[in-house]
Design a protein around this ligand. Structure first.
Ligand code: FES
Length: 198
């Protein structure tokens, strides 16, 4: 009788513990493909406005796997963030449309020169830095390069308020001060530090 009760209890407990465990550690085993996607000729992109382009973030799930990236040419007077080794010649800024509060899609408004999130009023300035509302860090960005006369968008990275680059983090994870240590990137995502060259 006691054994039967314990067995039933174990089954009941595992019914809610196992899914929770799966959600917690599942992302560690996710595979993130690293590839470069052409989005247009370099001269399509001015340095004083963004051009939206759609890229595929996740393969095999149709429209759901696509996302808008806002792209402009770097402006030396404005874009003074340090470029990483191997990307010193990066000429463009490619900004993710995923809000850094809870992940809603933001939209660039030319008249205000701001990125606006429709969900909870998050506002980002022309560089994607937070200027109002609940987002905890600037909009993520993408590595980019020019190959064969085409601008190519590569892996995503996250930035702190000084636009210093970090491995990609999820929305809601701050990267300033102690936040960068409290929210380390997932082991699977950390591989993105090693960027593909071809
Ligand atoms: S998801 Fe953008 S402000 Fe909440």
């Amino acid at each position: 009788m006691t054994g039967a009760v314990h067995t039933t209890g174990a089954i009941a407990a595992s019914a809610f513990l196992l899914p929770a465990l799966g959600f917690a550690i599942g992302p560690i085993f996710e595979k993130h493909e690293q590839r470069w996607q052409p989005v247009g000729r370099p001269d399509e992109f001015p340095n004083d406005n963004y051009v939206p382009k759609v890229i595929t973030i996740s393969d095999g799930i149709g429209e759901t796997g696509k996302s808008t990236v806002y792209i402009r040419k770097r402006n030396p007077a404005l874009d003074t963030d340090k470029l990483p080794k191997g990307f010193e010649g990066e000429q463009f800024v490619a900004i993710s449309s995923r809000c850094m509060h809870l992940g809603c899609p933001v939209r660039y408004t030319d008249a205000a020169q701001r990125f606006i999130c429709p969900c909870h009023g998050g506002v980002y300035d022309f560089q994607g830095k937070v200027s109002g509302g609940p987002p905890v860090r600037p909009l993520d960005r993408f590595y980019n390069r020019v190959r064969n006369g085409q601008l190519e968008i590569g892996p995503r990275f996250s930035v702190n308020s000084q636009l210093r680059r970090f491995s990609p983090r999820d929305p809601g994870e701050p990267l300033d001060g102690i936040g960068q240590y409290l929210y380390p990137s997932r082991p699977s995502i950390r591989k993105l530090d090693k960027l593909p060259t071809e």
